[in-house]
Design a protein around this ligand. Structure first.
Ligand code: TXA
Ligand code: MG
Length: 351
């Protein structure tokens, strides 16, 4: 398949032609990758079971892993869900459009192929103007997982989408690098107390401030086991992973850096190509290996923004093993560590 790639302008009026073409592809059951403020999404008609099947196939994703439906206006929600709890209304008022996905009881309109067989459905209203214009042009709820091959880090640029999906989908809309760089916060509002299933840019504190109570799926920062499964089906897969083996070294900065240097020397002696993921503050301590600075610890948004980008760069450089510092501080710490732990397959050395 020939994948058409179009660059979007800031001015949505100038994008009209591309957006109309993309909307037609979606209405005919095809697939279009598009930018959102979190990561790039791989869109298909969320009400068409055949389009959902195509999404799973293009990504190589297990079909029991449900998709998020993207809408552009609050009124589009009503026909997709069977009940809208009070907490959901408050959350939507405050955080939509934006990086927040809510899980509702689904209506009959939403096919089980889209929800991985579940009776609930995930819905998000993105704030990215290009994403919103595309949803409006298509006149459909767009089912969109992150636009990466299953198991690869989520794409934060159109080039990353093309690396994974060129030739497998109809179109890529290039809106430049995304703003946030981590996937949306997922909150299940279908139960009695709202529960975070995936941490993201909107933090638990922000949700607590608004609602008073908000639980946290214990699988978010711990390795899931047989009797301990994450509530978002997608969170059980080794996800967000670079090709190289990855290990997180956790502890006081200087001690952690010393341990990483020791491990790097050890691996180099074995003839292995080694990557190091570090903060700006500790960069000076590394003299060997391929060192990537994720950003300063003073700005957690930068760290979140650069994480997937750095992991893909290590892939491009073909490293065999990556040692990463730990980045758990601040309101975004849980979201960053959740992705980092998965990328590392939960391998952590504490020093
Ligand atoms: O920021 C985002 O959310 C991006 C952009 C493109 O919107 N999308 C995204 O989709 O990250 P995806 O498919 O890569 O991740 C969706 C996650 C998966 O872990 C999936 O299992 C979970 O949401 N999920 C979807 N529907 C669900 C449901 N009904 N119940 C529980 N978890 C659900
Ligand atoms: Mg994903």
């Amino acid at each position: 398949m020939n994948t058409r790639i179009y660059c979007l302008n800031e001015n949505q009026e100038e994008n009209r032609e591309y957006l109309e073409e993309a909307a037609a592809v979606l209405r005919e059951g095809g697939l279009v990758a598009f930018p959102t403020e979190t990561v790039y999404g791989l869109g298909g008609n969320g009400l068409n079971p055949e389009a959902s099947r195509k999404i799973y196939e293009a990504k190589g994703r297990p079909s029991d892993n449900p998709l998020i439906l993207h809408i552009a206006h609050r009124r589009e929600l009503d026909s997709l869900v069977s009940r809208i709890p009070e907490e959901a209304e408050l959350l939507m008022k405050k955080f939509w459009p934006g990086p927040m996905t809510l899980i509702f009881e689904k209506s009959d309109l939403v096919p089980r192929e889209t929800t991985g067989g579940l009776s609930t459905v995930a819905i998000r209203m993105p704030s990215h103007p290009g994403a919103r214009a595309l949803i409006e042009a298509a006149g459909l709820p767009i089912a969109a997982p992150s636009a990466n091959l299953s198991g690869r880090p989520s794409p934060t640029t159109a080039r990353h989408v093309a690396e994974d999906l060129d030739g497998r989908i109809d179109m890529i809309l290039d809106g430049g690098p995304v703003e946030i760089g981590l996937e949306s916060t997922i909150i299940d509002v279908s139960g009695s107390v709202p529960m975070i299933l995936r941490p993201g840019y909107i933090s638990q504190e922000q949700i607590r401030d608004l609602l008073g109570a908000c639980e946290w799926d214990p699988a978010i920062l711990k390795k899931p086991g047989e009797d301990f499964r994450p509530k978002a089906p997608g969170m059980k897969y080794r996800h967000y992973a670079p090709k190289a083996e990855m290990v997180i070294v956790e502890g006081e900065w200087e001690r952690a850096a010393k341990e990483i240097c020791r491990l790097v020397s050890e691996q180099k002696k074995l003839g292995r190509k080694v990557g190091i993921l570090c903060g700006e503050e500790t960069r000076k301590w590394y003299t060997e290996g391929l060192v990537k600075t994720i950003g300063t610890r003073q700005r957690e948004e930068t760290i979140a923004h650069n994480l997937y980008y750095c992991l893909r760069e290590f892939d491009e450089a073909d490293v065999d093993v990556i040692y990463s510092e730990s980045f758990g501080e601040g309101a975004l710490g849980a979201a960053v560590m959740n992705r980092l732990l998965k990328a590392a397959g939960y391998r952590v050395i504490k020093v």
